[in-house]
Design a protein around this ligand. Structure first.
Ligand code: PMP
Length: 439
């Protein structure tokens, strides 16, 4: 049956009249072919024309157990009968906090928020309050949310806009961001050991925090070189800089104890969101008790009306139950391993040079890299983006939804079955052949 999206595209036209770009997050916009999805179940989503897609976007990562997971739905529904917010601490907040502390090597105390953006924003304030310093280090190509402190030099920066590789410039992602914030930033290039050392030596005593995605989930899942995170850890200790692992993408996904467990390096503060809620709004700022306890009345503020909602924490309990008792992450990993290997085999067979980076639970795919070793964001930018976009649309027509932005990764869920992976690989094979014909 031919792939048609008439109803979906008509609905998108309606959306554009009510919402700028017809979306409520710029990242969801993919031009006139932006999909409108009416439902999801397990590893699939359906558009307005009832086209079914095997979903590797998973709402940008949160849906670790699959859409409408019955365990999550049950837990939340039970809670909903008793309300959601009370202006008081709720037992589920405590239970989930205790569980996260037990699961995650870096976390001794937690506070809740509702999105990754809020979590990194609060983590920066806590780090600044703790150190009495204002400046922060972030990495070129990393995304830490939509607030004005971190929306600089993200993966969306235009080609060749970042200045010299020796002294990268902070590049604003959006108009409307106060330019004064630029002064608060030092931009590093990922996996450059020497550069980190130089910047710490020159400015370490002014720096409150280094904000890092332990693997660059927003830049094709670049992995840290062996010893790189430990190198940064050592520099942070030496200069009294708070090390913040932004685990919004890696937390409760790449291992039960996130990147800290996976890479064996502990952060001072960590931020979580996405997978912890399977799509329901919950986020966490967690870390060393000594640092978290800087939060104090009339001294250091963290909070918000919706923080630690009963529904969000119920979702967190259901997800962590599935990780601890149902082997959810082993399933995610097994599926991801097969998919990663299968994609690589097909591309090799078809003679297309490529690189695959990341972990089975979340990984990036790059076409025709220009460097042998892809180590940092500039190497990612030097791959064939157009080919990736063509691939994403060729897959979409074949009922597989991957993010058309080449820097975004594939996400796996425990709802993906072996058969889904087989089917994806078949369709990928077809898509590669179709693309080769047009080149
Ligand atoms: N940090 C990282 C590493 C992320 O990937 C994201 C979202 N893609 C965020 C922070 C922001 O999270 P949210 O969209 O929930 O605000």
């Amino acid at each position: 049956m031919a792939y048609t999206t008439t109803e979906t595209l008509n609905t998108f036209q309606r959306a554009k009249k009510a919402m700028p770009l017809g979306v409520t997050s710029n990242f969801r916009y993919s031009g006139e072919t932006t999909l409108v999805i009416k439902r999801g179940q397990g590893a699939y989503v359906w558009d307005m024309d009832d086209n079914q897609y095997i979903d590797y976007r998973l709402a940008y990562g949160p849906v670790i157990l699959g859409h409408a997971d019955p365990r999550v739905t049950k837990r939340i529904t039970e809670q909903l009968a008793h309300g959601n917010l009370y202006a008081h601490t709720h037992p589920l907040e405590i239970e989930l906090a205790e569980r996260i502390i037990q699961m995650h090597p870096s976390v001794e105390k937690v506070r809740y928020a509702n999105s990754g953006t809020e979590a990194t924003m609060h983590a920066l304030r806590i780090a600044r309050a703790y150190t009495g310093r204002e400046k922060i280090i972030k990495f070129e190509g990393a995304y830490h949310g939509n607030h004005d402190y971190a929306l600089w030099s993200t993966a969306n920066m235009p080609h060749n806009s970042g200045g010299s590789p020796r002294s990268p410039l902070p590049v604003a992602q959006s108009s409307g961001m106060p330019s004064a914030n630029r002064e608060l930033l030092s931009i590093l290039r990922y996996n450059d050991f020497e550069m980190a050392e130089r910047v710490f030596r020159d400015r370490g005593h002014e720096i409150a925090a280094i904000l890092i995605e332990p693997l660059m989930g927003n830049a094709s899942c670049l992995m840290p070189q062996p010893g790189y995170l430990a190198h940064l850890r050592k520099l942070c200790d030496q200069y009294g800089v708070v090390m913040i692992f932004d685990e919004v993408k890696t937390g409760f996904r790449i291992a039960p104890g996130g990147a800290a467990e996976y890479f064996g390096v502990k952060a001072d503060l960590s931020t979580f969101a996405k997978s912890l809620g399977n799509g329901f709004p919950i986020a966490v700022i967690g870390g060393k008790a000594e640092i978290m306890d800087i939060i104090a009345m009339a001294q250091v503020t963290q909070g918000g009306t919706y923080c630690g909602s009963a529904v969000g924490t119920a979702a967190g309990m259901a997800v962590t139950d599935a990780i601890l008792n149902d082997n959810a992450l082993s399933i995610v990993n097994a599926r991801g391993e097969r998919l990663m290997a299968g994609l690589g085999e097909i591309l090799t067979e078809q003679g297309i040079s490529h690189a695959i980076s990341g972990t089975p639970a979340v990984f990036g795919l790059m076409f025709e890299p220009k460097t042998e070793h892809i180590r940092e964001f500039r190497d990612v930018m030097n791959t064939n983006f157009q080919m990736y976009v063509d691939m994403a649309y060729a897959l979409r027509e074949r009922g597989v939804d991957i993010e058309p932005d080449p820097r975004e990764p594939f996400f796996l869920s425990s709802a993906h079955t072996e058969a889904d992976i087989d089917e994806t690989l078949n369709r990928f094979n077809d898509a590669v052949k179709a693309i080769k014909k047009t080149r």
